[in-house]
Design a protein around this ligand. Sequence first.
Ligand code: PMP
Length: 386
Amino acid sequence: MSEGDLIYLDNAATTFPKPEAVYRAADAFYRAYGGNAGRGANPLADKCAQLVDETRVLLAEWLSAPAPEQVILTPSATVALNMAILGADLRPGDAVYVTPFEHNAVLRPVEHLRRTRDVRVEEIPFDRRTWACDFSRLTAAFQANPPALVCVTQASNVCGLMPPVVEIARLAKAANPRAVVVVDSAQTAGLYPLPLGDGLLDALVFSGHKSLYGPYGIAGLVLASDWRPAPILFGGTGTFSESVAMPDQLPSAYEPGSPNVWAVAGLKAALEWLRETGREAIVSHTLELTQALRDQLSRIPGMNVYAPPQDAPWCGILAFNVEDIPPQALETALGARGIAVRAGLHCAPWAHRWLGTLAEGGAVRVSGGWFNSEEHIAALMGALAW
Ligand code: PMP
């Protein structure tokens, strides 16, 4: 089987393939650009600095960030989440609220804060029947223990549920105007715009290699309000080099070290492709395919489908288990038929606890994207009907 024949339904891990323009830009970079950005003013350094600046502008537009300099580039969403969470100025006893759908990129830095700063970690309640956030219980919890930090994923990377980010943020700020709200938008950044710049959301994390259809090695953090995390990374920025203190200016204050300009070149091409293709087209194509899959899977006897009810906000990622078959065995069997999905806990143990799939070792996750077609869904259904 060649890679061309592979049916790739693991877009939540990373989108694949990439738009052709991304491959071309990545190849062209080390042939024509290949310098460092913001380090000196030689022609290659200038070209690279310009590339980074232009990409930041495109990112700000695509993500509706208040200003390009409020878009901080990082090597991964994990690094960006660590910067926001560990950079929150928390004290012993402070309450940190997380949804049960957070990735370990959120849960582990929060657990680190629990162990080292003695913060208390609270789970945002969701109704098991409707999958809706239980606002009355959350309001009571926020009143009893006002939030200092709230981390909400824009979409679960296991079951695609999209928590009500804005409403949760509103309740948090009502309970404590100084609460910091961090949104993990790794799965959905740019596809479902959020209000940034009105003070409700403080930081939004995006990943270049997932919903932005770009390469690995580039992600970031939109500092959406006037909240600024304490920096956790220090180093050269190519600016104010006479000082051993980090510069105050954005974005340099949070961008020590040589940027991954190779990945930036790919991301810029991806952003141009996204703009041409349009977010509505990508969202509706992905949802059409995955909704059809959800309906068909739900009709198979012995199949447990883990996706929100029809009327709950959903980004199209779904998980399932077939009775008495371990998810890993299904993943291997599908792989042998040329279909790539992902089994296990998907780095989101609380989501599996919430879904009740921890004991089975998780579930099989299917995640579609722009480059999937009805034929891919039909092939998956055919393979499951063996
Ligand atoms: N958050 C979510 C919701 C994710 O799905 C992922 C990746 N699976 C991350 C954060 C971390 O992204 P990365 O591994 O690219 O740093």
